[in-house]
Write a protein that binds this ligand. Sequence first.
Ligand SMILES: C[S@@+](CC[C@H](N)C(=O)[O-])C[C@H]1O[C@@H](n2cnc3c(N)ncnc32)[C@H](O)[C@@H]1O
Length: 377
Amino acid sequence: MTANPTEPRPFRFYDNRQKYLTFVTTCDEKWQVAERARRELDGLRPQPPAFRLFDAGIGDGTVLANLLRAMHQRFPTIPFFVAGKEISLEDIRLTLDKLPDRLVEHPQTVIALTNLHYNEAPVLWPNTTEKQESLVFRHIELTGTGSHEFGDQLRNLHDFLTENWQVRPSEKTGNPLYVTPTVLVIHRTDQRFALDAVIPRPGEPRAEYDLVIASQPWRSRVEAEFKVKRILAPLSGSLRSHGVLLGIQSMGHDPGLEIIHEIWPDEDPFPVDRHELISALRAELGDEVRDYDLMALPDAQSQLRYSMHTLPTEIGNIIGTSTLFAAWNAAIYVAQIEDERVEKVAISGDYLDATTAVLQRHGGLWFNDETFVVRRH
Ligand SMILES: C[S@@+](CC[C@H](N)C(=O)[O-])C[C@H]1O[C@@H](n2cnc3c(N)ncnc32)[C@H](O)[C@@H]1O
């Protein structure tokens, strides 16, 4: 079956590249998320040979890089095994850019990046024999001791990534799917002996994560059952005893959603709240639910507010165009409005007037996320 080009194109994460990068650099959400994840570190009980972290959608690597700093502060002498799933080649490149300093400050770190699906990625092993046979499992040992030389060697992976991180759109959803199942393992060569028990090997699946971060891992309008079956249930199963999964999603009730409502008054971008997700996860786990604490958390503990960076004098009678563009971009990005709809309203200037009105009303722009926790007994 081939996709019918006359049918409306489904919303795809990929169309959102520039919006994502602008959002990440103009708002402090990714830092706030890492900070929230840091607070989970105190309750964890890593076991030898390593602290194990899984990032269920690395994005541009900002959350991961900040969290690795916090992990070093909390567990300075414990080896780290860090696995991350990311389908976007460009995001893998941006993430690799952030790793050299981490490998200098915390030499005993093994990083595994993969494009595998949610139910495969935590164990770094595809779920059919055919895909296992075509798995590209590349092991990179970085020579030297400095961040500049590590950076050079990671940049040399350009051709390997271009070849093995290709995607094709799913005929059903339009979401990108991997063409070649790929795992890329990176560590320092001078630590190979000490890290021997930490380095993953093909065909030796192991999950047992101390911490799993699921930050904005889905299309907000997709129903709870899908999110749970595809993402939350497999991720919960990949926790070790005392391990924690931290989920983060947008929740609205903020000036960002007010901008959206100025243009599309009936829009409901966040129909599935954390309580519904947790109930659906409870149903999906069945008897196994007794192995877990599923915590929707009280509002005050769950919610996390983040803001668009603005200078103190920026929001006045006249607001600069770049600030307005950044604010509008953040609002439509967070609300996951499809490009076709954005294009229609961009023809008139109404969206800039709407954005100005909301920024002036609140003296700035902020958004609310909600978080929830799954802990394995
Ligand atoms: C790869 S995932 C998230 C990557 C990474 N975990 C992070 O938090 O940056 C990227 C997708 O998540 C969604 N997304 C990211 N941040 C979001 C936010 N603050 N609100 C709503 N959706 C978001 C977008 O649809 C985007 O295409």
